[in-house]
Design a protein around this ligand. Sequence first.
Ligand SMILES: Cc1cc2nc3c(=O)[nH]c(=O)nc-3n(C[C@H](O)[C@H](O)[C@H](O)COP(=O)(O)O)c2cc1C
Length: 342
Amino acid sequence: MTLDRKNVRIDPRTPWLAGVRRLLSPMAGVTDRPFRDICRRFGADMGFCEFASASGLTYGGEATWRLVDTDGEQGLVGVQIFGNDPEHMATAARLLRDKRMDVLDINFGCPAKKVVKKCGGSALLADVPLLEKIVRAVVAESTVPVTAKIRSGWDTGSVNYREVGLLLQEAGVPWVTIHGRTRAQKFTGAADWDHIADLVELLEIPVIGNGDVTDAESYRRMVAHTRCHGVMIGRGAIGNPWLFAAMRAVDEDRPVPEIAFAEMCAVTCDHIRGEVTARGEKRGCLVVRKHIARTFRGYPGAAALRRRLYATVRSQEMIAILEEAAAAGGPLPAGNFSREET
Ligand SMILES: Cc1cc2nc3c(=O)[nH]c(=O)nc-3n(C[C@H](O)[C@H](O)[C@H](O)COP(=O)(O)O)c2cc1C
């Protein structure tokens, strides 16, 4: 059964948005170029870079600029910036003009102390006049459309996604993404999909829903509950880029495809190669670990496989271990390990 979604006004600057349903969230330390490419391979319509500090970009911080790793990237990609100073945000937008990107997203959702302490990220939900100044400053300087990612509000006493959503729409953003939690909730409890549904009904522009979609069923439920234009996936994609294939199957009304163990190994090998090219041998191997921790969860013998993979920071060794496991049809024959170990 096709999913029912609200009819929305598509900005003529982003005609492709009409077909964008499955987006990979920006995630610091996770959504770098190799991972974005892998997610697209399985059905993500769009990816976002890890958030970058506007001050870091303004002052030419090498590490910050490395986060905006989009040169030559194929497919839709957004860059995300955060900060509390309208001038720095405007400068960052100006400095990013030559970058390959389809939208420039502003982060109004990060709950991290070091970001909030400087009044960036979700702290701006508690200072709407400053938030508005920032949006207008970035819109004025950016050569690509500016989007925003918000939370429901600062805390339960100050839920203000309606006010912020209307302000953003009025400022000319082509869409708004909402994570249905307040800053105070951080990542606890459940995302409030009623907030997402309410914002979808309120705005004429598309709303992208975010929070707690982890499989085909929760994807179907979020769209049915909210009628949102698209869904952005964060944690559910870590170690599980196949989630996008499952979502695509839901969108195309097909059975959700099964992913063979050997394919998981092959994709993990590709990911290791990509990260090593992007970050160098040791960093590249280390960064894939957080994906490996999840990819093989639940397989008999997965704990032993992980231990072997974690024991090395040499990509050729990791790849050989994975190829051996794939050829054997699994980490170890089922039954050799207890459930707790997997
Ligand atoms: C490790 C990690 C890093 C994140 N980094 C960012 C970020 O850079 N920018 C952002 O807007 N949200 C960031 N988020 C929040 C996610 O994009 C997403 O909004 C949140 O995890 C809720 O969605 P989910 O339930 O699908 O994970 C991060 C989340 C995680 C777990």
